[in-house]
Design a protein around this ligand. Structure first.
Ligand code: AMP
Length: 277
């Protein structure tokens, strides 16, 4: 496994990688959710490239950039075990040199949900992913359903900008108590970790109602809110039932829906979702 930082080193190795080349973009502090993406890429591609970059551009001024967890040495051990070919660990100065002024803005699907609460977040995500695509030129790129709106934004950008890249979205990996795995789970105290299990319980309660033929999106949103109201340590930012393609809130579910939630557990912000059916 090669580990490189500069663009020149990256290009030098990339040009000799056999295709198809799969890219797994990450912010590091890797957990089994990340590794499931790497595993899928390893099965589907001749070469696997992983990027590790905590992207300052996707953090708001009051968010957790400075305390975002990092452990490069451990990440590299895990990636070596997964048989990764190349790891790119650019610095912020490489990605955003002085004078940087070009940004990718995906308009409509960036607006609701996360976009409404985290202004500029998807501009940062779309820009860094475009830069990763340009630098690495993968044939396939792997993202997690965990970040459902991010997946929609990246699919839209990939089509709009004519990237010849297949976007693969992989299922959410969960802890034994069904908490979606996240690098940010490390922030949770044991009490908060217990309380956070209400997130999947809320989603599962709404899914159960859907499976019992409830088709009112408002009713499913209420069911999620009711479950959350039983856990005082959790503060809900949104509990949404939206169209999975446009991310607009639904009134009636005709065929598919995305149930998605964002909550604070103490100071830690967590997101999760389920696709219906
Ligand atoms: P991050 O390092 O949080 O930016 O995540 C890197 C990639 O891993 C993104 O595409 C995430 O959606 C994906 N990912 C993070 N957590 C999970 C999880 N629990 N299950 C599946 N994919 C995940």
């Amino acid at each position: 496994m090669k580990v490189v930082t500069t663009l020149a080193e990256l290009w030098d190795i990339r040009k000799n990688l056999p295709g198809p080349v799969g890219l797994v973009p990450t912010m590091g502090y890797l957990h089994p959710g990340h590794l499931s993406l790497v595993h899928t890429a390893r099965k589907e591609c001749a070469s696997v490239v992983v990027s590790i970059f905590v992207n300052p551009a996707q953090f708001g001024p009051k968010e957790d950039l400075s305390r975002y967890p990092r452990d490069l040495e451990h990440d590299l051990q895990l990636l070596e075990q997964e048989g990764v070919d190349l790891v790119w660990t650019p610095t912020p100065e490489i990605m955003y040199p002085a004078g940087f002024q070009t940004w990718i803005q995906v308009e409509e699907v960036s607006k609701p949900l996360e976009g409404a609460l985290r202004p500029g977040h998807f501009r940062g995500v779309a820009t860094v992913v475009a830069k990763l695509f340009n630098a690495i030129q993968p044939h396939k790129a792997y993202f997690g359903q965990k970040d459902a709106q991010q997946a929609v934004v990246i699919r839209q950008m990939t089509g709009d900008l004519n990237y010849p890249i297949e976007i693969r979205i992989c299922p959410i990996t969960r802890e034994p108590n069904n908490l979606a795995m996240s690098s940010r789970n490390v922030y949770l105290s044991s009490e908060e970790r217990r309380a956070a299990s209400v997130i999947s319980q809320a989603l599962f309660a709404a899914r159960d109602a859907f499976q019992n033929n409830e088709r009112s999106a408002g009713r499913l949103r209420n069911i999620m809110q009711e479950v959350f109201s039983q856990e005082p340590l959790v503060h809900v930012q949104y509990a949404s039932c939206a169209d999975p393609d446009t991310l607009q809130e639904l009134e009636i579910i005709h065929d598919r829906a995305l149930l998605s939630v964002a909550v604070f557990v103490g100071k830690t912000r967590l997101i999760d979702n389920i696709l219906l059916p």
